[in-house]
Design a protein around this ligand. Structure first.
Ligand code: I24
Ligand code: DGL
Length: 269
């Protein structure tokens, strides 16, 4: 019986983490849950995001995962501690790995963070950064228009690029040397964000670092998968499985099977 790494997200964004886990840890089996029926989480109240995250974790626990990865920044920001207190396996979020990457990168100590409303409102990045390095100057900004730009496939059009530059304009005067892309979708906007911020600001995305952290924890716990057989990953989503499958396959560049999940209990949408 092989125990999987369970990865959850509000939708398809967490596939960035899943892909990086599959690349860095090719022996590991991944069970992914995308809550595509209720995406986006960014604008939702914290209490609701906690409730949704608990529900997904309860669903994933039936697969007896050896670890739970919250691949959504918004869910990590508001629900990580709650989930940790409820389950006995390690729970990894995307915020601490991203914060550590920024600490490794910054020279001036002036770090910027952009994310959804929920992530920024929570102050979770600032807390994670200053917990390790209290002298850091952290400047944060919610960018609620960025997720719709990516989801509508407009990340390369000129109007969207102008919007990104316009939103980030106030950040140019902050003299940052490092900007955390604190949302699964923002790496798609790297070109426009780099144009807005200039070449002296390093852009940090957390998928790679999160996979590295997963690898470290499994190694320390003596829990790395040992099988030489190719793992068969499993994907679940709460919305349209065909749409999820087409996005996931084009992102992962491999064939996958998707199982639709219908919640047994009525849910708030
Ligand atoms: N890419 C596509 N469609 C989206 C998306 C995306 N959201 C993020 N990314 N959303 O198409 C469409 C609407 N949602 C509603 C809820 O169900 C899922 C669909 C890309 C074309 C591929 C056929 C981009 C993206 C990604 C993977 C990881 C991270 C990320 F595809 F931001
Ligand atoms: N996955 C979310 C995050 O990283 C972005 C999409 C959403 O708002 O649900 O914050």
């Amino acid at each position: 019986m092989q125990h999987a790494i369970a990865i959850l997200d509000s939708g398809v964004g967490g596939l960035t983490v899943a892909k990086e886990v599959m690349r860095q840890l090719p022996r590991e089996k991944v069970v992914y849950f995308g809550d595509t029926a209720r995406t986006p989480y960014g604008p939702r109240p914290a209490e609701q995001v906690i409730q949704f995250t608990r529900q997904i974790v309860d669903y994933l626990l039936q697969y007896k995962p050896k670890m739970i990865v919250i691949a959504c920044n918004t869910a990590t920001a508001v629900a990580l501690e709650d989930i940790r207190s409820r389950v006995s396996v390690p729970v990894v979020g995307v915020i601490h790995p991203g914060a550590r990457a920024a600490i490794k990168t910054t020279r001036s100590g002036r770090v910027g963070v952009i994310g959804t409303e929920g992530t920024i409102r929570s102050g979770a990045y600032e807390t994670a950064l200053r917990e390790i390095s209290p002298q850091l100057q952290v400047v944060s900004m919610a960018c609620p228009s960025f997720v719709p730009i990516v989801e509508q496939g407009r990340y390369e059009d000129d109007i969207a690029r102008e919007e990104v530059k316009h939103v980030l304009r106030p950040f140019r005067e902050e003299h940052l040397d490092c900007l955390i892309l604190g949302c699964t979708h923002y790496p798609y906007l790297t070109g426009a964000i780099r144009e807005a911020m200039g070449p002296s600001v390093a852009l940090i995305s957390s998928a790679d670092e999160t996979a590295r952290e997963i690898s470290t924890i499994l190694y320390h716990n003596g829990q790395l998968a040992q099988s030489n057989q190719e793992p068969v990953h499993q994907f679940f989503c709460s919305g349209d499985p065909h749409l999820f499958r087409s996005i996931a396959q084009s992102w992962l560049k491999e064939e996958i099977q998707v199982t639709p999940v219908v919640w047994r209990v009525p849910t708030i949408s």
